[in-house]
Design a protein around this ligand. Structure first.
Ligand SMILES: Cc1cc2nc3c(=O)[nH]c(=O)nc-3n(C[C@H](O)[C@H](O)[C@H](O)COP(=O)(O)OP(=O)(O)OC[C@H]3O[C@@H](n4cnc5c(N)ncnc54)[C@H](O)[C@@H]3O)c2cc1C
Length: 481
């Protein structure tokens, strides 16, 4: 019987185990999943309180998108029987419609429809259409890669890059658009300029790849109700917990918690040697789903050049302060607001969790839940070395931001501050070259190794699940041939 190890029990590792066992059904194999932490889920961590409150410390929702990746997460949730536990944010909800940025000392509502493009809305000095109309006539440049900031400045002007795009990418990557790669973070937009000479022309005349809509009652519900975001009763952690309990039902799958994989090497006869729990074991194949820096540490002794490349993918630490206030304190109903990098504040943005997911609130009375995000690409500049930050300082910064930006002066009755240390991979300029180099090195050496996880080909939960599903389907097919 083939023996396969999966290192890491975050969403990538768990979904890899789930899809690999499914794809190997006719050829039973032993799958051993090794997770260093005390619970499964990686960054997906929710705190649940007796009064019904749920706080998210990592990701807080899955994005409802009509793409292969968006459908992959829905299908997985459906297959493991979670459809009745889904909490969705429908298209008419304020958290779907309204997004703000905080700039020039005010909350600025971003356009909600085409009509807003011809109005002058703060913080912009002209109507957005005035930045856009010249774009199709601007000279295009043949590029290998460029920062998002330079790319958007070239196409639409610096104001759009500085306010709209920097805020958006502080929200998604906790990253700095002056470093993040347009090619790796916004590939379709990059391709539009390369193929059509302009983004607007590309959007109008470009060929649309049709996404196949899976036949599934949950996908149908998602499409007809138009969810923009979704989560679960009990928080996002319900997802990895349920996948893990499904995996436990399979006698061919072994799950280990509190177990660090300490070393990984490859033998001349194409096997993998894994050191964990103080013992060394031989596997026919290994699937790594751990962050790039952790994989680099495992590989550095035998394959230092691959480790050097892996270490070139930076990971940003993100501070998340969850606050809960008595009563309804929000001055506006929306998903939240983001703060562009040109503002002096130390926060990346504030998410209005009680607006998006009222189902994660107290059962007996109204309360307001906020998540204040900070640090990211600026963590060390703002808070010092990530192993020496102070929780009190993070909380102080969060409370000042809620006071200054939302006018909430009351004291919260519940506060939890945590830092996702090296939590979000930064796909900086040149990222795709690093990934190519890592993957082609492993391939050229014919390592029995598959590399998955958020550090390479998409950071969202949807991307991680799709990547694990598709890669495990091919691996399963190869192994059953
Ligand atoms: C604060 C924050 C907010 C986010 N918000 C969102 C959001 O709202 N929506 C969204 O779609 N995405 C969001 N993301 C991104 C998304 O959560 C992550 O990209 C995704 O969870 C990564 O999953 P993963 O399994 O690839 O990696 P991880 O979650 O990092 O899992 C890797 C696992 O490997 C384990 N491990 C590491 N080294 C070893 C070792 N040597 N031996 C054994 N185990 C090891 C770790 O303990 C960990 O459990 C957010 C991320 C963060 C940090």
């Amino acid at each position: 019987m083939a023996r396969i190890a999966i290192i890491g029990g975050g969403i990538s590792g768990l979904s890899a185990a789930y899809y690999l066992s499914k794809s190997l059904k006719s050829t039973p194999a032993k799958i051993v999943l090794i997770e260093a932490g005390k619970q499964f889920g990686g960054w997906m961590e929710s705190s649940r309180f007796d009064d019904g409150t749920v706080f998210e410390h990592g990701p807080r929702s899955l994005r409802g998108v009509k793409s292969e990746a968006g459908y992959a997460s829905l299908l997985l949730a459906e297959e493991i029987g979670l459809e009745s536990k889904i909490l969705s944010v429908k298209k008419e909800h304020p958290a779907s419609k309204y997004r703000y940025i905080y700039a020039k000392d005010q909350l600025c509502l971003m356009p909600t429809g085409p009509g807003d493009l011809i109005k002058k809305i703060p913080p912009f000095t002209r109507p957005l259409a005035a930045f856009g109309w010249k774009e199709p006539f601007r000279k295009s440049v043949k590029l290998h890669d460029e920062s998002i900031h330079d790319f958007i400045t070239r196409r639409f002007g610096e104001e759009i890059a500085t306010y709209a795009f920097s805020a958006m990418f502080r929200g998604i990557y906790a990253g700095d658009t002056r470093k993040l790669s347009i090619k790796s973070c916004l590939r379709p937009v990059f391709d539009m300029e390369q193929q059509h000479g302009s983004i607007i022309r590309g959007a109008i005349f470009g060929k649309r790849t049709k996404t196949e809509i899976p036949k599934s009652p949950l996908v149908e519900r998602f499409r007809s109700e138009g969810w923009s975001l979704w989560s679960f009763q009990g928080g996002l952690q319900t997802f990895p917990e349920t996948i893990a309990s499904k995996l436990k039902e399979d006698p061919n799958i072994e799950l280990h918690l509190n177990t660090v994989c300490a070393d990984l090497g490859f033998t001349v006869d194409n096997k993998a040697n894994l050191k964990y729990n103080g013992k060394e074991e031989v596997f026919d194949h290994v699937i790594s789903t751990i962050p790039s820096g952790d994989l680099a540490s495992l590989m550095s002794k035998q394959h230092s050049s691959m480790a050097t490349d892996l270490n070139r993918i930076p990971l940003a630490s993100v501070g998340v302060v969850n606050l809960q206030f008595e009563g309804d304190r929000l001055p506006i109903q929306a998903l939240g607001h983001l703060v562009p990098f040109c503002e002096p504040d130390r926060v990346l943005g504030i998410l209005y969790d009680s607006c998006s997911f009222p189902g994660h609130g107290t059962l007996d009375r109204p309360t307001t839940r906020l998540s204040v995000m900070m640090g990211g690409a600026w963590f060390e500049d703002h808070f010092g070395p990530v192993d020496q930050y102070s929780d009190d300082e993070l909380t102080e910064v969060a409370l000042k931001a809620t006071r200054d930006q939302l006018g909430i002066k009351e004291k919260p009755f519940r506060v939890i501050s945590k830092v996702a240390k090296r939590g979000i991979p930064q796909y900086n300029v040149g990222h795709s070259d690093i990934v190519d180099s890592v993957f082609s090195y492993a391939e050229s050496k014919k390592f029995p190794l598959t590399i998955l996880g958020a550090c390479y080909k998409g950071i969202s939960l949807n991307d991680c699940i799709l990547n694990s599903r598709n890669t495990m389907k091919s691996l399963g097919e190869q192994m059953t041939q």
